[in-house]
Design a protein around this ligand. Structure first.
Ligand SMILES: *Cc1c(COP(=O)(O)O)cnc(C)c1O
Length: 502
């Protein structure tokens, strides 16, 4: 795949005087120039690449070929639910009748969009067994913050001001403690038992009258269903706290278990994960928050409400002063909502019930097929994802990072690595419900090939990837100091590499 355009920056293709457009002579140039205040006029022409149209097309097409996505290959990135995003969702979300709307338009002229919002809101309430949802938050973490503000609002409303503690299991996603801190709450960690579930004995002493609530995800980040959820919810409620459900792991529950039925009071859903929107690289997302009956008045402003007149319904956008306030501009990420509703409606009630069981079946199939060569710290039936603790044979020195890099050579996206933090060599695999048995079998075959390579030729695995556009990057530097604009002088190849990685 080596050609003139490959791996080059667009500026490196620049040739003086070359251009990709032809415009008629600007007859207003003189007039316009004299209109501009002197201080605002540029003295030198902007430093733009001088390229023809075909070079631009080839450049960007080649760049896009360096990308990995669900549409190019298997993407078992644990915790991220990289499921296939049906193309019909895109078509529906792109309808001009919706994309052309302005959030400040008179609601009388946006009744269709408000109906979408309301219908999705009530569908999510039914799917999760809660009373009402807001679709305003922009992401899962934003939903967590919104939910915690509702939790705090609930206690403050009752004059119970000393409840500032949030209990979070040590297996939790990093956003849980981060959102609590942003909300001004104190994080208290509860330990996991050897099987990865919450240690109820460790929890009980933490439950006093300073507890605002507990955040949990179920199944937890190890893919294990918390069997004790009934006992845990009862204990937290008896202590006066509320139960928050991190709904990023709702996928395996679809059609099987509703968070509202197992003791949760507040939750968020990651629409971009469970309800299929292309995500990663920062967006777009949507983190609707649902509450049980009795907490609805605290949901953020603005809200979409249905008004039923004698023979017709219409929708209003309302604000209430009992609410926790506004947490986003207007009503959230509407395009993601359209995709989610399209996904729910194309599957329908009966097929939505198969999402969870199939995701669970696929994860268990991979786990059972590989547990003789990869270390499985927590056995038994998992839900939609599971965690290996590196290769079983540690004597080769080949680490989880090396396995992940070698997978890239075979055209697979790597699983999530070194998360959760409970194990040293975590390798977290989530196949989702979409993959065929053939794809799963091929992934299993390659994982076994890599395990064998680790024995036969460990140095080769440790220096992987060998076939990718760029080799091993300095991930930390690339994340901490991303170079996203072109600079004329790129000092060393390391920097150039992290630039390409962007
Ligand atoms: C993805 C995820 C989150 C955060 O969601 P974002 O939409 O990325 O903000 C929280 N908890 C868990 C378990 C997750 O997997």
């Amino acid at each position: 795949m080596n050609n003139t355009y490959y791996g080059k920056l667009i500026y490196e293709l620049s040739q003086p005087g070359r251009q990709g457009y032809s415009l008629p002579e600007n007859r207003c140039a003189e007039y316009k120039m004299s209109d501009l205040p002197k201080g605002l006029m540029r003295e030198n022409a902007p430093l733009l690449p001088e390229v023809d149209e075909l070079s631009v097309v080839r450049h960007y097409t080649n760049m896009s070929n360096n990308n990995f996505g669900v549409d190019t290959g298997f993407y078992p990135l644990g915790s991220c639910t990289m499921k296939y995003n049906p193309k019909i969702n895109e078509e529906i979300a792109a309808h001009r009748e919706f994309t052309g709307l302005h959030p400040l338009q008179n609601p009388l002229t946006t009744q269709g969009a408000l109906a979408v919002y309301y219908f999705l809101q009530t569908s999510l309430a039914e799917i999760s067994g809660l009373s009402e949802f807001t679709l305003n938050p922009y992401a899962g973490a934003h939903g967590e913050l919104t939910g915690l503000m509702i939790m705090r609002g609930y206690h403050m409303e009752r004059g119970d001001m000393k409840r500032t503690k949030v209990i979070i299991p040590d297996s939790a996603h990093g956003t849980n403690p981060a959102s609590s801190a942003v909300c001004g709450l104190d994080v208290v960690t509860v330990k996991s038992r050897p099987d990865g579930t919450v240690d109820v004995d460790d929890l009980r002493p933490l439950l006093d009258d300073t507890v605002a609530g507990m955040m949990m995800t179920n199944p937890n980040t190890l893919g294990i269903f918390e069997q004790n959820i009934g006992v845990i919810a009862k204990a937290v409620h008896e202590a006066g706290g509320l139960m928050y459900y991190d709904g990023a792991n709702l996928n395996p529950m679809l059609g099987k278990v509703r968070p509202g039925d197992i003791g949760f009071d507040i939750m968020h859903i990651n629409l971009h994960k469970t309800f299929s929107t292309p995500h990663g690289g920062g967006g777009p997302g949507s983190g609707p928050v649902g509450v049980r009956a009795g907490l609805e008045h605290l949901l953020p402003n603005p809200r979409v409400v249905k008004v039923s007149e004698d023979d017709y319904d219409y929708f209003k956008v309302e604000c209430s002063d009992k609410s926790i306030g506004s947490i986003s501009g207007h009503l959230g990420n509407f395009g993601v909502m359209m995709r989610a509703l399209a996904y729910i409606l194309t599957l329908g009630r009966d097929q939505l019930k198969w999402v969870g069981p199939l995701a669970t079946l696929n994860a268990n199939y991979i786990k059972e097929s590989l547990k003789d060569v990869f270390e499985l710290p927590i056995g038994g039936v998992c839900k939609h994802e599971f965690v290996f603790d590196g290769l079983k044979d540690k004597s080769t020195g080949v680490t989880t990072l090396d396995v992940a890099k070698r997978l890239l050579d075979y055209g697979f996206h790597a699983p999530t690595i070194y998360f959760p933090l409970l194990f040293h060599e975590a390798l977290m695999i989530e196949p989702t419900e979409n993959e065929s048995k053939q794809t799963l079998d091929e992934f299993i075959r390659i994982m076994r090939v890599i395990a064998q390579e680790a024995k036969d030729n460990p140095e080769m695995v440790k220096s992987a990837p060998h076939n990718t556009p760029v080799r091993r990057l300095d991930d930390t530097q690339a994340a901490l100091h991303p170079i996203v604009t072109w600079r004329e002088l790129v000092a060393d190849s390391q920097v150039a590499d992290s630039q390409v990685a962007e």
